[in-house]
Design a binder for this molecule. Sequence first.
Ligand SMILES: NC(=O)C1=CN([C@@H]2O[C@H](COP(=O)(O)OP(=O)(O)OC[C@H]3O[C@@H](n4cnc5c(N)ncnc54)[C@H](OP(=O)(O)O)[C@@H]3O)[C@@H](O)[C@H]2O)C=CC1
Ligand SMILES: O=CC(=O)O
Length: 365
Amino acid sequence: MSLVKSHCCYNLLNPSNTASLAMAMCSSFCPPQVPNHFRGTTPIPSFLPKPPSFKAFSSQTATASTKDEFPARVGFLGLGIMGSPMAQNLIKSGCDVTVWNRTKSKCDPLISLGAKYKSSPEEVAASCDVTFAMLADPESAVDVACGKHGAASGIGPGKGYVDVSTVDGATSKLIGEHIKATGALFLEAPVSGSKKPAEDGQLIFLTGGDKSLYETVAPLLDIMGKSRFFLGSVGNGAAMKLVVNMVMGSMMASFSEGLLLGEKVGLDPDVIVEVISQGAISAPMFSMKGPSMVKSVYPTAFPLKHQQKDLRLALGLAESVSQPTPIAAAANELYKVAKSHGLSDHDFSAVIEALKVKMQDPPEY
Ligand SMILES: NC(=O)C1=CN([C@@H]2O[C@H](COP(=O)(O)OP(=O)(O)OC[C@H]3O[C@@H](n4cnc5c(N)ncnc54)[C@H](OP(=O)(O)O)[C@@H]3O)[C@@H](O)[C@H]2O)C=CC1
Ligand SMILES: O=CC(=O)O
């Protein structure tokens, strides 16, 4: 088993790399409550507030992991676009994986790769040391964790539950309470990164909850991802994920407007994509999805219904602290229109179609 991938763990683990070793030492000596971007020699500017301790995080740990350190038996619940490749990477890395999915047929390819199968989340959690869950939304995440034959019915002391679904903080806390009431540990760990990063083991984990469970599952997170952040208590991982996806949803809506406006005034949309890709607002998302958007093709990596769910949850988060988010609110409306036109299961870049919808003839008064 090799955890040596293209992430910074590699350099930190390579003692011949003195610069990296110095970084690793700095990481270990800096107080853990100091966020990474404040580490090193740069003093914290006096005008900045002292980082509150609940925001404390560490990113890559500088410890080597071997297969012997893996939790022995790993459960995986939810084998959709994200869950399937994540579980597959665990299996391919030699982990003993047991899977469950509401639609059983999605388990079959993983079973052929060597996964075991159980017929309920309860049985998976009972038979595994650590169970991951990658569900669609808050409702399904609660149902699978806390419902009838849910994971909480099978889990107990000495075990852990890691929810990697994108949900709001309140949902994450509810699930955490049910799991912890059994004596098990709980970690929320939503991911940034889509279908391809999931396939390539390049996800970014945004975690909050039991630090000891975070440390236990770190070798597994490193198989599925390129980096991980421990953000403190349950709710902080969910909040980080919603902030990131709120920005992403607004960016995609704005990009869509730009493409259509440019096209309408006679610009070549392929050239618009190229110009954006070369400038300060370039983003992998634009150069990856732009060319197919120009062709009105939306192969699903991140379903539009999930992007709208994330905007809805982000707006709820903003509401809870009275933070104005007018751009995200407008973007959310656009995704709702796209959903009403049957685009829920298309990629979220199909939001551009909502801007192509012709206005109905004005009513006659
Ligand atoms: N796709 C992406 O790019 C990314 C997605 N995410 C987040 O990850 C999560 C999963 O996304 P993704 O894999 O794309 O979604 P999918 O829609 O492909 O998969 C959703 C999964 O949830 C299961 N599910 C849905 N409803 C229920 C229910 N009521 N009871 C039990 N299981 C249920 C589905 O089971 P079934 O197969 O039976 O339908 C499936 O396993 C979401 O929260 C999403 O926001 C995060 C980062 C990237
Ligand atoms: O949640 C979606 C992503 O790409 O990240």
